[in-house]
Design a protein around this ligand. Structure first.
Ligand code: G
Ligand code: G
Ligand code: MN
Length: 280
């Protein structure tokens, strides 16, 4: 027998909603002070060229420590987007990264930083111009920075999206499509926008052995990228057998716990030293 949604169900719903809203308000208030107090910091995850073994670049992953608690980006990024703090957070993280990564930019001429961008940020600001100025101020060219965008940008103002993406491309930034295969995955967008690299979502890589279809999906994404003159980076590589499969497919560039977790700058520099020594 089907139970009717009684008073208890209704109460439960409003309480969880209230909790959700007050959590959001709490985070939003805390975030405003956190920006001033420097509670945000950067983690970096290595991206490896598996043909040469070289550290090709790193992806910036933002972190927030509030009263000894690490608040995950999936909690604070949406709030930063809504409250208009995402622009400041991202710019600060970028500047911090360019300073912290200086030794790597100096020693490795092709080394790059890969930065996640929120769709709202891209649509609200003149990123191409602002980032060009920031890089210039640090003595770096736009080739040192790669920009990761997600398909959500195509769900919004298409005219503005097109203009901004074209602007970023004209400024010589390498553009990546992040989390490919999880969302809309429209092939039209791949063809219509000047994207350079597809990031194969870690979900496909992680479940490769449990779900054999994922192997076919990975191969298909790689071939699609190739036929559109794009490159691929596989994310979430955790095991040797995943690495071997991806290599066999032809995907050279990888990222994942098998190589390194996201880490603070000191650990990254130590990783680089050790990594280079073991390659020599
Ligand atoms: O490592 P991890 O839990 O940090 O990342 C979770 C998610 O948060 C990822 O999908 C990542 O894209 C997003 N994220 C991490 N750092 C940033 C950032 O600086 N900007 C944006 N827009 N998203 C980020
Ligand atoms: O959406 P985006 O690709 O930016 O998200 C990166 C997220 O994936 C971060 O939360 C990062 O910590 C996590 N991550 C990176 N490599 C691995 C991995 O090999 N395994 C798992 N489970 N998570 C990973
Ligand atoms: Mn990313």
């Amino acid at each position: 027998m089907q139970s009717s949604p009684g008073r208890n169900a209704f109460k439960f719903f409003t309480e969880s909603m209230n909790e959700e809203i007050s959590k959001k308000l709490r985070l939003e208030t805390a975030m405003k002070t956190a920006v001033k107090d420097g509670e945000f910091f950067n983690h970096y995850q290595p991206i490896i060229n598996t043909t040469t073994g070289q550290l090709a670049g790193v992806e910036l992953l933002m972190r927030w420590r509030n009263n000894d608690m690490l608040i995950p980006p999936c909690d604070f990024i949406p709030i930063a987007e809504e409250s208009g703090l995402i622009e400041t957070l991202t710019e600060q993280a970028l500047i911090r990264a360019l300073i912290e990564l200086r030794p790597l930019f100096t020693q490795e001429p092709d080394f790059y930083l890969s930065l996640n961008l929120s769709a709202v940020h891209i649509l609200r600001s003149d990123i191409a111009h602002q980032f060009t100025e920031i890089l210039k101020a640090h003595g770096l060219t736009n080739r040192c920075l790669r920009l990761e965008i997600t398909e959500s940008i195509f769900m919004s103002d298409m005219v503005k999206a097109r203009a901004t993406i074209n602007e970023m491309k004209r400024a010589d930034f390498v553009l990546l499509l992040d989390d490919f295969g999880t969302g809309f995955s429209s092939l039209t967008y791949l063809n219509e926008f000047p994207l350079d690299i597809i990031k194969i979502d870690q979900g496909f890589v992680r479940n490769m052995s449990a779900k054999p279809a994922n192997k076919s999906i990975i191969r298909t994404i790689y071939l699609l990228a190739q036929s559109l003159n794009m490159k691929c980076i596989a994310e979430g590589v955790e095991t040797e057998s995943q690495l071997n499969y991806l290599r066999d497919v032809g995907c050279e560039y990888m990222q994942g716990y098998h190589f390194a977790k996201p880490m603070a700058i000191d650990d990254l520099l130590a990783f680089y030293e050790q990594h280079e020594r073991s390659r020599a």
